[in-house]
Design a protein around this ligand. Structure first.
Ligand SMILES: [Zn+2]
Ligand SMILES: [Zn+2]
Length: 147
């Protein structure tokens, strides 16, 4: 399984209200599902499905409002729309050149090759991880288990 699924066109990422509109250009560096507590609380969902880009390859569309940053206690920055609250991006100090974006907010019909279920042990009982054949890790996406 390739950790760098090929994407040949730009992807557009919108928040719920449309005030924040981003364009992300290939390549996709990684993609996966995170089951950690912070992702669950940030997104109000059982897990967060993310795709990773180089930060310099993610730009706002003309007229887009800027994302609002929240520095979480873990040291990561989570960014959301200041109008509707949709959480769209995650940046870690461990990977200063990369940004993770919410796949659920991608406008195009794009399905990447996922690498893993991260923080698998944190998945809530009410939403067990599907038996989809992906590896499960007890850490984040930068874990040595995935490199
Ligand atoms: Zn919005
Ligand atoms: Zn997470």
């Amino acid at each position: 399984m390739s950790a760098r699924p090929e994407l040949s066109h730009d992807l557009h990422i919108h928040c719920l209200c449309g005030a924040v509109r981003l364009v992300a250009s290939p390549p996709v560096l990684c993609a996966g599902h995170c089951h950690c507590d912070n992702c669950r609380w940030t997104h109000g969902a059982a897990m967060w499905t993310w795709i990773t880009f180089e930060r310099e390859r993610v730009t706002p569309e003309p007229g887009s409002e800027p994302l609002v940053d929240y520095l979480s206690v873990s040291g990561a920055t989570r960014s959301f729309c200041g109008r509707c609250g949709t959480s769209l991006a995650y940046r870690s100090a461990d990977a200063p050149t990369e940004v993770d974006l919410s796949l659920a907010n991608v406008v195009e019909d794009y399905s990447p090759k996922f690498v893993a279920h991260c923080w698998a042990g944190r998945a809530p009982d009410w939403h067990p991880i599907p038996d989809d054949g992906l590896p499960r890790t007890e850490r984040g996406s930068s874990s040595p288990e995935l490199t």
